[in-house]
Design a protein around this ligand. Structure first.
Ligand code: X8Z
Ligand code: ZN
Length: 599
């Protein structure tokens, strides 16, 4: 998983509070300490990465044992380094060393408790939960069993209310099995957070943004407030159309939307129901999935095509080892964690992705997303290990998506993936609708996942209210509701990968906002004039240079410096995404006239 290794291993902790001594037993300088820890971390990382990779690509009891042991050792190291690093806090040192120490003191996604037994338990719980998710399947009454990707396909394509309900409910029979484990995870990781000087795990997670946790809470809220009015317009229109499709008895016009009708297992992006929402029927067909299949694309060619976008910008070709060592096809004979991820192995020399690629437009997009991570790894390859990472985690998530914003109809036509480019206000609206169903629909989802976890970690949502708290936030933010009664025997949060996989999620919310800022800045570098939605930076070396330079900074500086280097701004800002969708916004307002919006 992204960053789990590098952070888990690069920072560490010792349980002693004795001064840090060098081999000759003299107190070790901060600079020497930083250097030594990175060397040790790199050595350890090799072993841990190997165990994690094998576990994720071959889920068995045995790989579970190996990964949990590796996780335990990683946490031990993290704990050791943390407790040593804190002794340097406040001492005078050069700015680079100070930044390194600061990064070592940051909370990871699951900070290590001081107690060795608790660390072992934490590593085991994490390994088991992710494995249970990765090998989950739903067997219906007829005894037919389907894995997640097959269930997702039904949600994307079917328009049969009951069939949709069956698979939506079916996938949610997997997660109750690890609800108790999740509760235990919360206790253990909260202990780790406390041992690292944080109030709780939420406090630790919010401390990774070069501002105080409470400032970050306010900042994330400010961004959400910027985009919420637009989401509300989209929600209103989508609900009205779904009500036409399924009937007002199934989709009442003043209530939250039933969660299984939005084309996605988690209702997180809605582009699969674009055919129901298409403003101008038949104008400017955007069916890339069809073209990929007709042209017999296979998994490797999909990856190579995505790589071609990055190299067109002047960024380097992927190393041969990338194709040799990545997993891009779902194995038929074993369970793997199919949720896509990008891995930085062997200190930047062996980057890999793991993705069960299917020949669809959505997966083509995800490949660009994953390569965004890979190009970050490649560009900061020569930095000291502790500086390898996104300027903040939202930056890492935003790179591949920024590239996708340049996959305009003209680009797709040049690649032979659509027949012809139609230029008309109608064509623009269709294109914007499709993209908004992905990018705008996602925003409240991206925000609410960690709202739930922050409350769970702080105890505001008690273990006996996990599911109730989940659905309250789903309704508050997204305006959706469970299609059937849910109880505390369910664990619906756990049906989303990032909960058992313990990956913080606010990063994606930030990414979806920032990628439009980045796109705008890159288009300016490329000399684009005219509306932003018509800009593609494909083939533009000036834009590529600006992007590459920012990536090469890694996390060596506070993130506003990286943001400024690329965009000239020092803040995250929702106005770029709103401006981008100006034509659609006007359309939605017009369509919603006379409708009662809200839920
Ligand atoms: O998890 C991912 C990536 C891997 S970092 C595939 N994403 C989020 C999700 O699938 O829920 C990308 C966008 C949102
Ligand atoms: Zn990602």
């Amino acid at each position: 998983m992204l960053n789990k290794l590098s952070i888990g291993v690069a920072i560490a902790a010792c349980l002693s509070s004795a001064p840090v001594l060098a081999d000759d037993h003299k107190p070790e300088s901060a600079k020497d300490f930083v250097e030594r820890v990175q060397k040790e971390g790199q050595e350890l990382a090799k072993e841990i990465e190997a165990a994690y990779w094998v576990r994720s690509t071959y889920i068995t009891k045995d790989t579970g044992v190996l990964a949990a042991k590796a996780g335990e050792r990683s946490l031990e190291f993290e704990s050791k380094v943390f407790n040593q690093a804190k002794q340097y806090k406040g001492q005078k040192m050069d700015p680079t060393t100070a930044r390194a120490i600061e990064l070592m003191l940051r909370g990871s996604a699951a900070p290590a408790p001081n107690d060795a037994q608790l660390r072992a338990e934490l590593a085991q719980v994490l390994t088991e939960m992710e494995g249970a998710y990765g090998s989950g399947s739903y067997c219906n009454e007829a005894g037919e069993c389907r894995e997640l990707q097959e269930l997702e396909k039904v949600l994307a394509e079917s328009r049969d209310y009951d069939e949709l309900l069956d698979v939506w409910r079916g996938w949610r029979t997997v997660s109750p099995a690890y609800r108790e484990q999740y509760q235990r995870f919360v206790e253990l990781a909260n202990q780790g957070a406390k041992d690292s000087g944080y109030a709780d795990l939420a406090d630790a997670w919010k401390s990774n943004y070069d501002m105080s946790p409470s400032e970050f809470t306010v900042e994330a809220r400010r961004l959400w407030d910027q985009v919420k009015p637009f989401y509300d317009e989209l929600h209103c229109h989508v609900r009205a159309k779904l009500s036409e499709q399924y009937g007002a008895d199934k989709v009442p016009l003043d209530k939250p939307i039933p969660a299984h009708l939005l084309g996605n297992m988690w209702s997180q992006t809605w582009e699969n129901i674009y055919p129901i929402m298409e403003p101008h029927a038949g104008v400017a067909s955007l069916d890339v999935t069809k073209a990929l299949n007709e042209q017999n694309y296979d998994e490797k060619r999909m990856v190579q095509t995505a790589e071609g976008f990055f190299t067109s910008l002047g960024l380097p070709a992927l190393p041969e080892s990338f194709y040799e060592n990545s997993l891009i096809k779902k194995p038929r004979d074993r369970n793997v964690v199919c949720h896509a991820s990008a891995w930085d192995l062997d200190n930047g020399n062996d980057p890999r992705i793991k993705q069960c690629v299917e020949i669809t437009e959505e997966q083509f997009g995800t490949l660009h997303h994953e390569l965004g991570h890979i190009y970050y790894y490649l560009m900061y390859k020569d930095l000291p290990p502790i500086f390898k990472g996104g300027a903040h985690d939202g930056f890492h998530e935003a790179i591949g998506d920024t590239i996708q914003l340049s996959m305009t109809p003209s680009y797709l036509q040049a690649k032979g993936l659509i027949d012809k480019v139609e230029e008309s206000p109608e064509a623009t609206l269709n294109k914007q609708m499709k993209l908004a169903l992905e990018k705008i629909a996602f925003l409240p989802f991206g925000k609410m996942i960690d709202e739930w976890r922050w409350k769970v970690f702080s105890g505001e949502i008690a273990p006996e209210d996990y599911n109730k708290g989940w659905w309250e936030l789903r309704t508050e933010y997204q305006g959706i509701a469970a299609p059937v009664e849910r109880t505390e025997a369910d664990f619906d949060a756990g049906a989303k990968y990032h909960i058992p996989g313990n990956t913080p999620y606010t990063r994606y919310f930030l990414s979806f906002i920032m990628q439009f800022q980045f796109h705008k800045a890159l288009c300016e570098k490329a000399g684009h004039t005219g509306p932003l939605h018509e800009c593609s930076i494909y083939g533009n070396k000036d834009a590529g240079k600006a992007l590459g330079d920012m990536l090469a900074m890694g996390q060596s500086k506070p993130w506003p410096d990286a943001m400024e280097a690329l965009t000239g701004q020092r803040k995250m800002d929702g106005s770029a995404i709103i401006d981008y969708f100006a034509p659609l916004n006007a359309y939605l307002k017009e369509q919603n006239q006379g409708r009662q919006c809200g839920w």
